[in-house]
Every structure is written in C-alpha cells, then in structure tokens.
Design a protein around this ligand. Structure first.
Ligand code: QUE
Length: 394
C-alpha cells in the first residue's frame, strides 16, 4: 500500500474515459484531513474537473472505520501555541489561514463540481469530513455511517460549509445538530438532506465494477444515478431507522426559545430518558460556552447568504477562533493533555458578554483571502459542452 496521504487512481471505463478515484490514506488518524492532503486534493480535483477524459470522480477513505473524522487539529494547535502562543495574543496565524482557506476552496470546488462526484461516506464522517461530503452531488451513506458536526466540544463552530447546510435542514434540526454535536446515522443523513443514497458497504466493489462496465451515453449524471439506484434497491433491509426523524417534534420544542441563551438553557434542561437526546444535551452542556452563542449567531448571519459568502465568512470566523484562545483550549483538553476538562473563557453561557461574541465577527482583512472564489468559469463549461457535441457527431 502507498504511503502517500491521498492515493489517486484513474480507472478505465467501457467507453475509454476514466473514473478519477481519490482515497484519503491516513487510517490510523481516521483519515483526518491534514494540510498535505488538502494541498494534494485541490489541484488534482481541479484538473479532473476540466479533463474531458474523466467522466466522474469517486472519493473515499482508506479502511473500514472512517471516511474522514475531521481536520488535523493537533497541527492547528501547534500553530496556535508553539509559534504564536508566548506573551501577547497573536495578531495573525499564517498556518491556520493557509489550512482553512485551502480547505474551504476544496469544499467549494466539490459543491460546484461540474460532473458526477461520488463520495463513499462509510464509517465516521465528521467535521472536515462533512465538508468534503456535504457538497457532492452523489453522497452515499452505509449502515456504518456516523455523521456529526462536533465542534462545540473544541471551542469552534460547525465550519466547512456547516453555516450553509445546517441552515438548509428541516425545521431547527441543523441548529440542534450544530449545538449538540449529535451523531446521525445513514437514515438521519437522508432525512436532513445530507445524503443522497443508502447503499450497504458490502456493495462498494460491485458499485465500482458496475460503473466500469456501464454503457455510458446521454447524461453522465443519469448513468451514475442508474447504477446507484440499482444498489440502493438491494440495500433496503440494512437501512436503519432515523433517530432525528423520530425526535423531530422534540427537537423543535427544545430549540423553541426567544434567545440564543434560552435555546441553550432549554436543550440542556432536557430531563427525559432518551439516550440520544440525553447525550446531545450533555455534549452541549460540557461544550464551549462561547461556541454555544457563536454557533447561533453564525447560523443567523448566514441564513440568506450565498455559498461563496458563507465560505468567506467562515474563514474570517475560523481565524478569529484560532486567535482568541477558546479553540486551542478545547483541543488541549481533548487531544493534547486529554484531561477532558477545558477551562472555557466563560464558565457559563449566562456570563458570556455580547461584545466578546461580536469580536469574532470583526473582519480580519481589507480583502478576504477567498474573495476570488467562484464556480468554474463559464468558458470552461462551454469548452466541455462543445467537446461533447463534437464527440457525439464524430
Ligand atoms: C470535536 C471535533 C473534532 C474531534 C473531536 C471532537 C475535530 C477533529 C477530530 C479529530 C479526529 C481524528 C483525528 C484528529 C482529530 O476530533 O474537529 O487528529 O485523527 O478534527 O469532539 O470538532
């Protein structure tokens, strides 16, 4: 097996074109996204996007445990402490800027990818992994899928497009999932619109073979869907029930309050016996008091923003989080010292001052580093289209 952090392959299809395959290859770290992985993925996926010999892309993780469990936050911790940490609060963090800006560029490319983009979301799909998953146009979940945005635990907020996709879930499910880091299964992901197909994991190799053997013609997207539909139909028996759907009314009640603080109080006061809701309430109550309010402010601010604006705003907010100390304290407690006793900036959500939260939204740059973000150029799409017509009339 290869030692490269992302393994790329191009496998031949029956019409002479190829399927571009990318495998995250850090199974011991649950395929957590490192800057190296991001910087390999971005140029290769960009090339595949315009390469006419590539019909579709397949993204997966090595091993059975995880597609991708998050970002390489230990390396971010180093950038926040060893380099900047002594003395005055840091004014900038070039490593974090490079990490988040490139990660969001990659996430955005997947959201706007001009051909079928299949993500095999088996096992853990969390944080940074959700960023790679949520934007794809063919998102597969399996009986092992566990999806979550658990950033409240580490003093961050649901980034990687979370400010976009949480706002697009039924009712206040996105707010609840973002505040509590609650885990979703495959059926939950389908219910909240985060996944497109349920396919049992045992079919993975057969799905790839079916794509290889497929008689491609007409729309590539429709060809891919035909294969996916066929395997989804064979997987029905293994599909779990949706926990989120079962608790929908409770989620609506627990999040129905007049203020951000009121919603935190209502969820954490949950006194029922359901283990999933109990765990959600506990994760929130132990989470960063700053994140509790930051998450709600961010979702509100992003409600009517474009996807480009959302990634630009997330970049600003993530770097502010990297500068203000709550994020590094969360990583320290969870992954560095492993004492699981973070000393949050404020002991309770009631004590958090408005000015502290407002400060996270202060623009860091006269021009956002993602100000050039745009879908693939119209002329590139036109070139693709014309090549296709030429080919079909040949
Ligand atoms: C909350 C989080 C993260 C987390 C745990 C939480 C997160 C993240 C990781 C993670 C996972 C696997 C790794 C790694 C980090 O864990 O964002 O280095 O190998 O990336 O409770 O937000």
């Amino acid at each position: 097996m290869s030692d490269l952090p992302v393994v790329f392959n191009e496998i031949e299809l029956s019409d002479g074109r190829k399927l571009g395959m990318a495998q995250l290859n850090a199974p011991k770290a649950l395929n957590a996204l490192s800057l190296t992985m991001i910087e390999q993925l971005l140029p290769q996926l960009t090339q595949w996007a315009t390469d006419e010999t590539i019909a579709a892309v397949w993204l997966e993780g090595h091993g059975d445990k995880a597609f991708c469990a998050g970002g390489d936050i230990v390396e971010l911790y180093r950038s926040m402490t060893e380099i900047n940490g002594q003395g005055d609060p840091a004014q900038s963090n070039p490593y974090a800027e490079r990490f988040f800006a490139t990660e969001y560029r990659l996430d955005y490319l997947i959201h706007t990818f001009p051909k079928p983009f299949i993500v095999w979301g088996n096992g853990i799909v969390m944080g940074g992994g959700m960023g790679l998953f949520a934007g794809a146009n063919c998102r597969v979940v399996t009986e092992h899928s566990r999806l979550a945005m658990p950033e409240i635990t580490i003093g961050l907020y649901p980034d990687v497009g979370g400010s976009w996709f949480l706002n697009r879930m039924p009712g206040r499910c996105g707010l609840f999932l973002g505040l509590t880091g609650a885990q979703m299964n495959a059926a939950d992901a389908l219910f909240v619109g985060l996944a497109d197909r349920f396919i049992a994991h045992e079919h993975r190799a057969a799905v790839i073979e079916a794509l290889q053997g497929l008689t491609w013609g007409g729309s590539d997207a429709a060809c891919v869907q035909q294969v996916m539909r066929q395997f989804e139909q064979q997987s029905h028996a293994q599909k779990p029930d949706s926990t989120v759907q079962a608790h929908y009314e409770t989620i609506q009640q627990l999040t129905d309050a007049d203020s951000a603080l009121g919603r935190v109080q209502k969820i954490t006061a949950y006194a029922g016996e359901d283990p999933w809701l109990k765990r959600a309430a506990e994760t929130l109550s132990r989470g960063s008091t700053t994140s509790m309010l930051l998450i709600q402010a961010q979702l509100q601010r992003c409600l009517h923003n474009s996807l480009v604006q959302v990634f630009q705003q997330e970049l600003n907010l993530s770097i502010q989080c990297a500068l203000k100390g709550e994020f590094s304290e969360g990583i320290r407690a969870l992954l560095i010292d492993k004492d699981r006793r973070p000393r949050w900036h404020y002991a309770t959500a009631e004590q958090v001052e408005d000015g502290w939260i407002d400060g996270f939204f202060a623009p860091l740059w006269p021009q956002n580093p993602l100000s050039d973000l745009a879908p693939m150029q119209v002329k590139d799409r036109l070139t693709q289209h014309n090549n296709k017509i030429q080919e079909s009339t040949r």
